[in-house]
Design a protein around this ligand. Structure first.
Ligand code: MG
Ligand code: ZN
Length: 237
């Protein structure tokens, strides 16, 4: 058992090396990248479907759809209008790693991309340890889950830059207390940007779209974002 820890450390440091390479490539091509993480069923794919529809023609989007098995999510995203969609089927692994991402983006024409969305495998544990070279992690939670998720999975909430609370149309049908979630999440990570949305009813999505558009504009004009301190890479911490 005792050799487990050094092996894990070695895997993670190799992952960090590849993630740094990804980050450098994306920065060079001025691509914003977001790593979407959540439990299964929180609505990552739904949010990306809506985003594809809303920002089509305004922002050039590429998507990597991670799943343990099946390319179902990738298919959904293509049907939603995604022009650059790549499946990343882990074949059993419960997270994406930098090697998988690097292999995919090496074949993409990043000059044609403004924003890269990485939909991670539905899992709030190990995806928090694997830097994928993204600018930020975005953690989703839906109102059908326990509202103590931030307390149970603090690393994920600490390492994320934004929290999306989805399925707000179902509030009141469960014990989920949205204010408690926000408070718990902000206790862990005071800088967390929070969006409250319903993909189904398309509520609250405009703030999300505006933020994405802002991130893209800031990346193209880095002097502006540097002045606002927006260019940190929380994923690299
Ligand atoms: Mg999905
Ligand atoms: Zn894992």
């Amino acid at each position: 058992m005792s050799e487990k820890i050094p092996i894990r450390k070695k895997v993670l440091s190799e992952n960090d090396r590849l993630a740094a390479e990804i980050r450098a490539r994306l920065l060079r091509e001025k691509v914003v990248s977001l790593n979407l993480v959540s439990s299964p069923g929180s609505g990552k794919t739904s949010l990306l479907e809506k985003t594809l529809g809303a920002l089509n023609g305004k922002v050039r989007m590429a998507l990597i759809a991670g799943d343990v098995q099946t390319e179902n999510d990738a298919r959904r995203l293509i049907q939603a209008g995604g022009e650059i969609v790549r499946p990343a089927v882990t074949g059993g692994a419960c997270h994406l790693d930098a090697r998988m991402i690097l292999r995919i983006i090496e074949k993409l024409d990043l000059a044609q991309v403004d924003i890269l969305f990485i939909e991670n495998v539905g899992n709030l544990v190990c995806p928090s340890s694997y830097d994928l070279g993204e600018d930020m992690k975005v953690v989703l939670i839906s109102t059908t889950e326990g509202d103590d998720k931030p307390l149970k999975y603090p690393a994920m909430f600490r390492r994320s830059s934004a929290l999306v609370i989805n399925k707000t149309d179902l509030l009141g049908h469960s014990e989920f207390d949205v204010e408690r979630v926000k408070e718990n999440a902000r206790n862990i990570n005071p800088g967390l940007r929070i969006f409250e949305i319903s993909c189904r009813l398309e509520n609250g999505l405009d703030d999300w779209y505006d933020w994405l558009i802002y991130l893209v504009a800031a990346r193209k004009a880095p002097e502006m974002s540097a002045a606002r301190g927006e260019n940190r890479s929380p994923g690299s911490q």
